[in-house]
Write a protein that binds this ligand. Structure first.
Ligand SMILES: [Zn+2]
Length: 428
């Protein structure tokens, strides 16, 4: 059994301590632990977090291996400090059967860089018409508990109701991509002053907010649990806050890019800023940060959406929507939430590890950094400052909105069940 001693790490940003890993487990946490028989990593005051968990990743395999594979996506995840990711269902074929989710789950097992938990499609082919085999996917080896048509909205209220009723039986959750389709036909960016000036089709806030309002009421009516993907507007925050105050079982996520970037960037016509839901206004960004701080928004999820060069480096209207995010998420959260004083590192651990694991019913991730727990850990040099260079990404795709931007923090080590997947900032 291999032993690793992490010496002098600020566990969740607290007092510096030593953490001894023995095999796949944390053996001891305390002061001045013996290094006998152990490989020593001098943390030197770096912050130690539970391994991050991403509830919203597009790994693209099967079907779009030109943009990402389970292997390259999990390498990107490990680089960003993640030990588990949930893989969205909008692959080719769609992950709407036990066969496809088991395939993704098996590929995750083989990758070794982080655990992959498949998400099942709510409807057959993401077409919104007929429920897919939710029960069979749950009963499969992949043990699916999160279901989503992400990329598309489950816009039919009856289908959404049935899905909520169905997953309730086994404690599952429906993760909704809230986008009223008729209100967003031809949408290219946030609807507002900037879209009017640029002459681009608008994606109005109400298209998101109306679906969220409907779905929290459906969840209440059915007595089921709903999760809202990538909140992007101040109005969405108000609705979720109201729903929670009413006792409705709703959780919500925000992406790093919606915590930092605004629609003003669209003026560049650089399609790297094209994303769904779109970048919004400064007012929305500030409301989202505040909601993440006060717990109205439960988690940060990346919506890591890799696209090959040819699908992004083209005119705005023709470009694909989405940004990669796994390798920069923690840095963006450090800048927007920690360095602004809105969250401490324990708060980051809650929103990027503990809570996403709970929502997705993952048992061995999002666990406390204490003796007897699985050694899924991330060590972060929070004093680091560096310019984002996508040439160094582990992801197969390079569509980051942060190229050339200085961001704080760097993941120096990631441990998956005691095995280092990242050492000194490099994949092991
Ligand atoms: Zn989405």
């Amino acid at each position: 059994m291999s032993k690793i001693l992490i010496r002098g790490a600020k566990v969740l940003g607290g007092e510096a301590q030593d953490v001894l890993i023995d095999g796949e487990t944390i053996a001891e946490v305390g002061q001045d632990l013996s290094a006998e028989g152990a490989q020593v990593i001098e943390a030197g005051g770096q912050v130690l977090l539970p391994g991050l968990v991403d509830l919203h990743t597009h790994l693209r395999e099967p079907g779009r291996e030109d943009s990402e594979t389970v292997l390259t996506g999990t390498r990107a995840a490990a680089s960003g400090g993640y030990t588990a990711v949930f893989a969205m269902a909008n692959t080719f074929p769609v992950a709407d059967t036990a066969g496809v989710v088991e395939q993704v789950w098996r590929l995750g097992k083989e990758s070794g860089y982080c655990d992959v938990q498949p998400i099942g499609a709510v409807t057959v082919g993401l077409e919104g018409k007929q429920l897919s085999e939710l029960g069979a996917m749950h009963d499969s080896a992949a043990r699916v508990t999160v279901f989503s048509d992400d990329g598309k909205c489950v816009d039919d209220a009856v289908i959404m109701r049935r899905a909520l009723e169905y997953v309730k039986a086994f404690g599952g959750v429906v993760a909704q991509h809230a986008q009223e389709p008729r209100l967003t036909e031809g949408a290219q960016m946030n609807e507002g002053v900037v879209s009017a000036e640029l002459g681009l089709g608008g994606w109005p806030a109400v298209a998101e907010e109306s679906i969220i309002a409907r779905d929290v009421l459906l969840a209440e009516h059915v007595g089921s649990r709903v999760h809202i993907c990538h909140l992007s507007t101040a109005g969405s925050v108000e609705i979720v806050r109201w729903a929670k105050s009413r006792g409705i079982d709703v959780t919500a996520e925000v992406t790093p890019h919606h915590l930092l970037l605004t629609e003003e960037l669209v003026r560049s016509y650089n399609a790297v800023y094209k994303v769904n839901p779109p970048l919004r206004t400064e007012r929305d960004v500030l409301a989202l940060r505040e909601a993440l701080a006060d717990g109205t928004i439960d988690i940060v999820a990346t919506d890591h959406a890799p696209h090959p060069h040819e699908d992004k480096d083209c005119e705005w209207a023709a470009a694909a929507m989405g940004m990669v995010g796994l390798e920069t998420a923690l840095s963006v959260v450090q800048q927007t939430m920690v360095e602004t004083g809105l969250l401490d590192w324990a708060g980051v651990a809650e929103r990027m590890s503990f809570a996403p694991a709970r929502i997705g019913s993952l048992e061995n991730h999002g666990r406390p950094v204490s003796a007897g727990e699985p050694a899924n850990l991330t060590l972060v040099d929070t004093s680091y400052r560096g310019v984002v260079d996508p040439a160094h990404f582990a992801s197969r795709s390079r569509n980051t909105p942060y190229e050339g931007r200085e961001l704080p923090g760097r993941v120096t080590h990631t441990f998956l069940r005691g095995r280092a997947t990242v050492v000194d900032g490099k994949l092991a």
